[in-house]
Design a protein around this ligand. Structure first.
Ligand code: PLP
Length: 383
């Protein structure tokens, strides 16, 4: 059997171990310490956000953001439907109701038109949404200029889910810095990883201070343990932050490598009729966290995304269907949603190809060869 090719696996740069060793040598084995502070500074300088809090996960970051906006039972929170469930779960943690918004076809992210319609309907029903959560899926930035303008028009705060988009920009401005707050993830499959972890970024010192306070069990200033609010255990460990500091040294390289993977697939698979990619709209720069293809069986002579996935599995190559939209998930079946069919279509026909920055050219050739030979099989007249 050929060695396994993963969809997106961790890729250490080498410097991480020095930072982790330093944590051990200085005995900072705790959810605080110099690496936590250093990693936060690294994130601030990279994103240009004025403040950052390193946390245990991206999900925790989003949860804290909702708590700080005072979102509670019965409130409406608008969320992109085409995403990973972690974008929506914290809404449910707060007892609030997600309102799901379908995608526009250019970036596959939140449709500004449907967003405005949902806001207006909510207002007409006497219930204005309390927050908007757009997502930069697969690293492709959402239409933040339009979304921000709509949010500002109705005075609704935006929390950007930039978990997949560290390093992506719109006209040079980093994803995650358009909203009141942005969340990042450093889970094992993301463009850089701390094994598990996340961050909340914002230009507001008050919000980030508050996030750190809530993330460390909401301890009041007192010599004993004094609490006047419910707290959480959401801080990042100093050991994990050490990994993060090492990863930040190679983030630029990782983005370039992921983009090269995308370019390679485009170069080698674009001539197969029925396979298309997601190009960057003008002004958008994607970190290309995952390369995705859309398969049109009407043009591939019947070959579906699932045929390609299974053919890759038989060669020990991992690929995965695109995210199943939240409005189609059983757990959110009761939620209000604004649907145009775009994300359902993407889910039905889309596939994420192996996209790790550590894939060798031989790995990439194996993937391309497999897809090409499968698609060639259905062309009987090709001599
Ligand atoms: C990974 C991810 C998250 C959650 O991050 P964790 O660190 O795994 O909690 C949130 N949203 C999206 C879109 C993600 O891909």
């Amino acid at each position: 059997m050929n060695p396994k090719i993963w969809l997106s696996s961790p890729h250490m740069g080498g410097g991480e171990f020095e930072f982790v060793k330093e944590a051990f040598d200085t005995n900072w084995i705790a959810p605080l310490g110099p690496h936590v502070n250093g990693f936060e500074q690294d994130l601030q300088s990279f994103t240009g956000a004025k403040h950052a809090a390193a946390l245990s996960s991206g999900t925790a970051a989003l949860h804290l953001a909702l708590i700080m906006l005072g979102i509670g039972p019965g409130d409406d929170v608008i969320c992109q439907s085409f995403t990973f469930s972690a974008s929506a779960n914290p809404i449910a943690y707060q007892g609030a109701n997600p309102v799901f918004i379908d995608s526009e076809p250019e970036t596959w992210n939140m449709s500004p038109e449907l967003l405005e319609q949902a806001i207006q309907d909510g207002i007409a029903n006497g219930k204005k949404a309390k927050a908007i959560i757009p997502v930069h899926l697969y690293g492709m930035p959402a239409k933040m200029e339009q979304i921000s303008a709509i949010a500002a028009k109705y005075g609704i705060p935006v929390i950007e889910d930039a978990a997949e988009a560290l390093g992506s920009t719109i006209n040079g401005k980093p994803a995650g810095t358009f909203g009141l707050m942005g969340i990042l993830s450093f889970n094992g499959n993301k463009i850089i990883t701390t094994s598990g972890g996340g961050a909340l970024i914002s230009d507001s010192a008050d919000l980030i201070d508050k996030a750190r306070f809530l993330a460390t069990q909401a301890r009041d200033a007192a010599p004993h343990y004094q609490h006047s609010q419910i707290g959480y255990n959401y801080r990042m460990s100093n050991v994990c932050a050490g990994i993060g500091r090492g990863q930040m040294q190679v983030l630029g390289e990782r983005i370039a490598q992921r983009r090269k993977v995308y370019d390679y697939y485009v170069e080698n698979l674009s001539d197969i009729s029925g396979i298309r990619f997601l190009p960057e709209p003008a002004g958008a720069f994607s970190n290309r966290w995952l390369t995705t293809i859309i398969v049109d069986p009407a043009k591939t002579r019947g070959i579906t995304r699932e045929d390609i996935r299974l053919s890759l599995v038989s060669e020990n190559i991992e690929s995965r269907p695109l995210w199943k939209p939240m409005h189609l998930q059983p757990v959110f079946s009761g939620a209000l949603s604004y649907v145009n069919g775009v994300s359902e279509d993407l889910f039905n026909n889309g596939l994420c190809l192996p996209s790790g920055s550590n894939l060798s050219s031989a790995d990439l050739e194996r993937v391309v060869k497999n897809v090409k030979s499968l698609c060639a099989k259905t062309i009987p007249n090709e001599a």
